[in-house]
Design a protein around this ligand. Structure first.
Ligand SMILES: Cc1ncc(COP(=O)(O)OP(=O)(O)O)c(N)n1
Ligand code: TZP
Ligand code: MG
Length: 356
């Protein structure tokens, strides 16, 4: 970077700029490693690298020469939260926050240093906001792609304990479904469930209610054929959140895909008291989904350990259940059982023991 400094330049300013250039570069490097090794996304990793290189251009020898770590009281300061991270999500969030704050400092103090610096770092801050949304969306899609078991909850005193037990069994996808409570209770419950799922790095979606999904910062929403149009939900939720759609027929399936659903519910496979009055779509419709859905889909409705093999024999790879887990005496074990069976079927297909 050519050194065209303002007369206001001084050691304090240089030290502030140096410290915050360092902070952004370090934070971006941490994010980049996750994009590269965690998500396997060359595109996102490349974007972090590009930003780092752009920042490095401003990090001149002159600025670095003003560094004085020994006299910096800030090196001693640390927040207890910095010592501990509950998971990758929190780690990423903390580093995005750090990068965005540092970029804001560079934007403001940069104006005293070089006429271009304020503008450049303002733009960069917006680029980092976009990167954060894209990374989050990528991450959500990846967890969805790797989720083969979907727990749809039913209300009850043991709701949180059961969901936690299932998460401990390896569950990665949860939907909060509650058709009868007040909105006050729904909101509080959704908030707690969302936090719980995120603590286990699992996705949390809300049934029917886009407003509640947004209010609790859920990963998405599940919509039935009688719920609001998918296009409207997408407008409200944006491209980063997931939208699932229930389908009961080949026509529903085709439409849901065209409308941009991220995943599909296929059923009810069997009649079920959980969705009383809705006739079974049957295994024939599941077979149709096997051949025609390019996006992830979950067979749902009356699936339990007894009929599980029949459902899997269609070629289905993902199932959603309510009672099988919510009414189980040992939800962790049932979750582990389903997951291991789903895994087994996929492995048999991968090794061509079963047809794809
Ligand atoms: C994964 C999944 N599939 C289907 C449904 C059913 O949704 P809908 O038809 O809107 O019925 P309600 O659940 O709202 O009663 C679902 N919730 N999840
Ligand atoms: C919500 C829903 N949508 C189609 S079937 C169903 C309920 C499935 O519940 P269960 O797994 O208890 O049969
Ligand atoms: Mg619904």
């Amino acid at each position: 970077m050519e050194e065209q400094y303002s007369p206001l330049a001084q050691p304090i300013l240089y030290r502030i700029l140096d410290a915050n250039l360092d902070r952004t570069r370090e934070g971006l490097r941490i994010i980049e490693e996750w994009c590269r090794f965690g998500l396997g996304s060359g595109e996102l990793a490349e974007e972090c690298k590009h930003l780092r290189q752009e920042i490095a251009r401003w990090h001149t020898m002159t600025l670095r020469s003003y560094r004085n770590t020994t006299d910096d009281p800030g090196t001693e300061l640390s927040h207890p939260q910095e010592e501990q991270r509950s998971g990758i999500e929190q780690l990423l969030q903390a580093n995005f926050c750090r990068v965005q704050e540092a970029l804001r400092v560079l934007e403001e103090y940069g104006k005293l240093y070089h006429p271009e610096m304020g503008k450049t770092f303002k733009q960069m801050r917006y680029q980092v906001y976009t990167l954060e949304s894209r990374l989050l969306a990528h991450q959500r899609h990846q967890v969805l792609q790797n989720s083969y078991l979907y727990l749809v909850t039913s209300p009850g005193e043991r709701l949180f304990a059961i969901v936690e037990a299932a998460l401990q069994g390896g569950l990665t996808l949860v939907q909060y479904r509650d058709k009868n409570s007040t909105d006050e209770i729904r909101l509080k419950t959704a908030q707690k469930l969302c936090q719980l799922c995120h603590r286990y790095n699992a996705l949390f979606l809300v049934n029917d209610r886009v407003d509640i999904a947004l209010a609790v910062d859920a990963d998405g929403v599940h919509l039935g054929q009688d719920d609001i149009p998918l296009e409207l939900a997408r407008q409200v939720l944006g491209p980063q959140r997931l939208i699932g759609r229930s389908t009961h027929s080949p026509e529903d399936l085709k439409r849901a895909i065209q409308e941009g659903a991220d995943y599909i519910g296929v059923g009810p496979v069997y009649e079920t008291p959980t969705k009383a009055g809705r006739p079974a779509a049957g295994l024939e419709y599941v077979r149709h989904a096997v051949k025609n859905s390019p996006i992830p889909w979950f067979a749902i409705g009356g699936i339990d350990m007894n009929n599980f093999d029949d459902v899997m024999a269609t070629g289905c790879e993902r199932v959603a259940v309510v009672r099988s887990i919510m009414n189980a005496e040992q939800p962790t074990l049932v979750t582990q059982y389903f997951l291991s069976q789903l895994n087994r079927v996929r492995n048999l297909k991968a090794y061509k023991v079963l047809p794809n």
